[in-house]
Design a protein around this ligand. Structure first.
Ligand SMILES: [Zn+2]
Length: 90
């Protein structure tokens, strides 16, 4: 199976177990969805992504910035692009 990108957080999914509800047809990953397969609220997805980036050694500030940059590129969150313009990196 080819790896697919989660349409919410952009992470790669290599196995069906990484898709929402273990369903390879879902365009979202398990981290972005609730146990019943619904996509979480944007701020919850962002918080998860920030935590994930901080685990890789980023500061909170950088992780928050990066999380926004990643999310505005994803099909699920493209609409909220305007958010990023209000939070430019200092
Ligand atoms: Zn995801």
């Amino acid at each position: 199976m080819r790896a697919q990108r989660c349409e919410s957080c952009g992470s790669l999914m290599f196995t069906s177990g990484q898709h929402a509800m273990g369903n390879p047809k879902s365009p979202y990953c398990i981290h972005c969805t609730t146990p019943d397969g619904k996509v979480k609220r944007r701020k919850d997805v962002a918080a998860d992504l920030v935590r994930h980036l901080m685990k890789q050694g980023m500061t909170k500030e950088n992780a928050e910035y990066k999380a926004k940059r990643i999310m505005v590129k994803q099909p699920k969150w493209k609409k909220v692009r305007e958010v990023i313009h209000k939070t430019r990196r200092k």
